[in-house]
Design a protein around this ligand. Sequence first.
Ligand code: GLP
Length: 264
Amino acid sequence: MKVIIRKTSEEASLWAAHYIADRIREKAAVSDKPFILGLPTGSTPIGTYKELIRMYEAGEISFKNVITFNMDEYVGLPESHPESYHSFMHTNFFDHVDVPAQNIHILNGNAPDLDAECAAYEAAIAQTDGIDLFLGGVGEDGHIAFNEPFSALNSRTRVVTLTHDTRVVNSRFFDNDFNQVPKQAMTVGVATICSAKEVLILGFGPKKAAAIKAGVEGPYTHCITLSALQCHEHGLVVVDEAAASQLSAETVSYFQAVEEAEGE
Ligand code: GLP
């Protein structure tokens, strides 16, 4: 695992967007195969999406040969609902770039058979050469996608029940009304994320500081699914100083030294 710390969330978002764009360009330079990109929702990745959109508009990057798989979706929320993850992705990213519509994959939270939908999603990922990079955020309780505490670290795409805490946190998007937040979601599993060749998790702000500390410095445990990155060969945690504020001074100076050494 590598931790990248930037002063502000804006700087960290730019870093992440440029990292993703570099990976897409690098693959395109040596292969005709599509770049397979895993994508999250939430407030955290918005700055990264904005910078990717800016780069696309400036002609610096194209997503024509990119296939996307989103992390998760609420169960039972109409796709047209402004807080569905379908709506979020179109509003904040897909409507502004050139990802072909047929390359976009988002779990259908209204499928007649949710388990079959999850199995089909895993099968669709398996039909590719594997996800090249999975971008994600982290919940205040250390969850990645909707893999709440005690999700199996070898879990795959499935239907999950959201914790009370996550529904309270997400109620800010539902008129602050906890009861409007769906009780269930569909999510890629921890192992689905960790099967990607690279995983890049963003964490911004003081509310994420405890989760970042636990995931980076704590034990490898299903209690904090972010900690699964500890067993990934190319796990990246990109944070602002507020989210890094509970990391030990030794951890911070180690990763700063790594960055300096690799930049030389
Ligand atoms: C939800 C999403 C996660 C996201 C988390 C944090 O639970 N399922 O993928 O990482 O929220 O959201 P935010 O970035 O808004 O803090």
